[in-house]
Design a protein around this ligand. Structure first.
Ligand code: GLV
Ligand code: GLV
Length: 324
């Protein structure tokens, strides 16, 4: 009997086809994610779980997966998975780094530009028939070219954003757990403290994973350090920002605007006060959402599963101690 791979949502077809070459495919077919009870039931006889960031893979799910050998998350972030519990159960956890770096950096820059130039308001204005005359003071945004960008978290994606900023002749500051001298030299970045970065930047873009240390890293105090014109971009995880504090900062004019792809609770409630603010550009967690990237992510997740089935160390192992 071939092993069974549970896939919790319809990922691009090439990845599903690849699974069928070496395993039985159990695919959750609905648009919304499975409820926990469904997940617990389905994982019961699965040898591998290809999970989405919307699936909370906690100790219960891990324990229910009696035959589970690998959890391949279809994301670079894996804050939805209790990795320590998986490790205790001897289950490999993998993610999809690198392949989504450029797409996510593109979206961060898209949000930055859209927020800086009031693009969404301008689109609505034009469609809604308000364009009765060109006016010198209409829909004024702020410069991106030559402005100062602060990058919080200089991993793969943060660095890719810095690379884009060079083309806009931006001064780029960054803060990270470790200095990256090579990136500093190559991209002309300046390392500084979070406080200094917040005080000096016209745009602040977040690129750290969500961990116990980064949860609510950007709260009321940090927002108060930012320029009143500054724009906050978040394509990382909603949890790294105190969303109530952000809403208040935007309402009070403590900061100038925000471009958000991620939220404290997803999907974000349409009644959320944040969504009523004109100086906020939002997207429904689509950082990696391009045809090419999502296909590469699928194939990468499948490759990780196949490696475990063949007794190899999966290329994108998160809990390295398992194959030490
Ligand atoms: C998306 O949010 C990811 O972590 O890949
Ligand atoms: C604007 O359209 C300009 O020509 O300056």
């Amino acid at each position: 009997q071939r092993p069974k791979v549970l896939v919790t949502r319809e990922i691009p077809q090439p990845a599903l086809d690849r699974i069928k070459e070496f395993a039985r495919l159990d695919l959750w077919p609905a648009f919304p994610p499975p409820e926990k009870s469904e997940l617990l039931r389905m994982v019961g006889d699965a040898d591998a779980l290809l999970s989405m960031l919307t699936d909370p893979i906690d100790e219960d799910v891990i324990a229910a997966g009696k035959n589970l050998r690998v959890i391949a998350n279809y994301a670079v972030g894996f804050d939805n998975i209790d990795v320590a519990a998986a490790t205790r159960h001897g289950i490999a956890v993998t993610n999809t780094p690198d392949v989504l770096t450029e797409a996510t950096a593109d979206l961060a820059f898209t949000l930055l530009m859209a927020a800086a130039r009031n693009l969404i308001a301008a689109d609505r204005f034009t469609r809604d028939g308000f364009w009765i005359a060109w006016h010198p003071q209409l829909l004024l945004g702020q410069d991106v070219f030559g402005a100062t960008l602060g990058i919080v978290g200089l991993g793969r994606i943060g660095e890719a954003v810095a690379r884009r900023a060079r083309g806009f002749n931006m001064r780029v500051l960054y803060t990270a757990r470790r200095r990256n001298l090579q990136a500093e030299a190559e991209l002309g970045l300046q390392f500084c403290s979070l406080e200094e970065l917040l005080r000096q930047s016209d745009y602040v873009s977040l690129h750290m994973p969500l961990t116990a240390e980064t949860r609510h890293l950007i709260g009321a105090e940090e927002l108060a350090m930012m320029k009143p014109t500054a724009i906050l971009i978040n394509t990382a995880r909603g949890g790294v920002v105190d969303q109530a504090a952000l809403t208040e900062a935007l309402q009070q004019g403590t900061i100038g605007g925000a471009g958000l792809d991620v939220f404290a609770v997803e999907p974000v409630n349409p009644e959320e006060p944040l969504l009523e603010l004109p100086n906020v550009v939002v997207a429904p967690h689509i950082g990696s959402a391009t045809v090419e990237t999502r296909t590469r992510m699928g194939l990468m997740a499948v490759e990780n599963i196949q490696a475990v089935f063949e007794g190899r160390r999966p290329p994108n192992l998160v809990n390295g101690e398992l194959f030490a």
